[in-house]
Design a protein around this ligand. Structure first.
Ligand SMILES: [Mg+2]
Length: 234
């Protein structure tokens, strides 16, 4: 096994940070001048669109969300809301304790690393300035690719960008989006991070897998024991 493809939210990010999402959306709603509840509904129900780039960048997306709440924000209001939305997104994606060190250690051990995320525009726009960016070799973002997990094209793209056959890639994720089934179908070797200690773990799993991966760990920091112990030639 020569590479590791990571899910992003709830895997590399701190699962506990998910609790910041509602506060973050409330702040964006205030900046946009729309009711918080209506904005939450608009954002929650539009994730499949927002994660596949249907509405464009964060500015265009927030304009559309405001429109769905019956509001047409002024340009300066929209700009302010984009800044607030980005600040909130940064809170929600804060690294899991130990995650950055883990990436450094795995790279030093010779693994090529990728992130494969179902994400909306905020992550893609901010990515180069995040602490994750210099620590991985490739990224595959649904917003850019216009497909969501478990679409096989995403896994094939990750393997291609890593320059490693899918059969030599681990896929590590906290579940949801049927991502492990997708990884298995693509030929990757899936590892489930159960986040057993996190009360919000289940909330992070939209469209959960019914298929159980062969490898499971309760916390991401246990990953080296799996990828090292099972790192036999295939
Ligand atoms: Mg996840």
């Amino acid at each position: 096994m020569r590479a590791i493809v990571f899910d992003f939210f709830g895997t590399l990010t701190d699962p506990a940070a998910e609790t910041a999402r509602r506060t973050s959306f409330t702040a964006t709603a205030a900046a946009l001048g729309v009711p918080a509840a209506a904005f939450w509904t608009a954002m929650s129900t539009s994730f499949p669109e927002r994660a596949t780039g249907v509405h464009g960048d964060t500015r265009a997306t927030l304009r559309e969300m405001a429109r769905r709440c019956g509001v047409t924000p002024a340009d300066d209001q929209l700009l302010a809301a984009v800044r607030v939305q980005h600040a909130g997104a940064e809170q929600v994606r804060r690294p899991r304790p130990g995650a950055l060190q883990l990436l450094d250690d795995l790279r030093r051990a010779g693994f090529r690393l990728a992130v494969l995320s179902d994400c909306s525009s905020e992550l893609v726009e901010a990515w180069p300035r995040t602490p994750y960016a210099t620590r991985v070799d490739a990224t595959v973002f649904s917003w850019q690719e216009r497909h969501r997990k478990p679409d096989p094209r995403l896994y094939a793209t990750a393997a291609a960008r890593l320059g490693v056959p899918a059969e030599l890639c681990w896929f590590v994720g906290d579940g949801g989006s049927r991502e492990h089934q997708g990884a298995h179908t693509a030929g990757m070797r899936p590892v489930l991070v159960t986040n057993a200690a996190h009360p919000h773990a289940a909330a992070l799993r939209d469209d959960p897998d019914t298929w159980r991966p062969p490898y499971a760990i309760d916390d991401l920091t246990a990953l080296p024991t799996v990828v090292t112990a099972a790192n036999v030639p295939t």
